[in-house]
Design a protein around this ligand. Sequence first.
Ligand SMILES: [Zn+2]
Length: 240
Amino acid sequence: MPAITTRGIVLRYANYRDHDRMLTLLTPGYGRVDVLSRGCRRPKSALMPASELFVTGEFVVFMQNEHATLTSCTLDDTFYPLRLDPYRLTCASYMTALCAAAVQPGENAASLYALLLKGLYYLAYDNDADALETTTAFLLLFADVNGYRPRLSRCAHCRTPLDLTNGAPFDVAAGGLCCPDCASRATYCMTLDAIKWMSETIRNGLTPQKNTGAGTLFDVLRRYVESRLETPIKVSKLLP
Ligand SMILES: [Zn+2]
């Protein structure tokens, strides 16, 4: 496999030597790809525009002895408007940091890739989308894509079907709602509206959130998702 051509999003970078950068890409078919962008910090480098956070496009990567080097990139989008709004920039950085913590090399990450692309798109271009609420929906769907969708119809401890008429307690450690008998370890009480919002969001996928009240769930979903990841997410402390 001397060279691969793949869609990708730059999740993070680290400056390296005098003029280089190591990029971490999220790709649909190869999962995480760590790639050296050689000379990208030199003035006039053709790789400079492709070596920034959030950039998406078609990357050509040369592989040799487990080292990957960026050869070229055809840009699709830089999500430039994110740079003009510090709060949206923070939300977008949180989304990419979550993906960087979750994605592994060599795995199919098509769903995660599609989710992040939508998230960045709404934050950058949909001025009516509420940034925190859209990020909250992203958190829920991120959990779903990574295989830990919260349990919403049966108790997360004893699997009893739940009566949700008056809402239900949510247990972060157990991964979902729980019945009154198992509620002692629950940390947060979720309203029926919040539970309906979660079910609908899982059914419909990511949409730009506009005053749905989802932001009230941000903290509990953040704690839920971050408890499943092994790396601390520093940018998380800047939100909401
Ligand atoms: Zn129970």
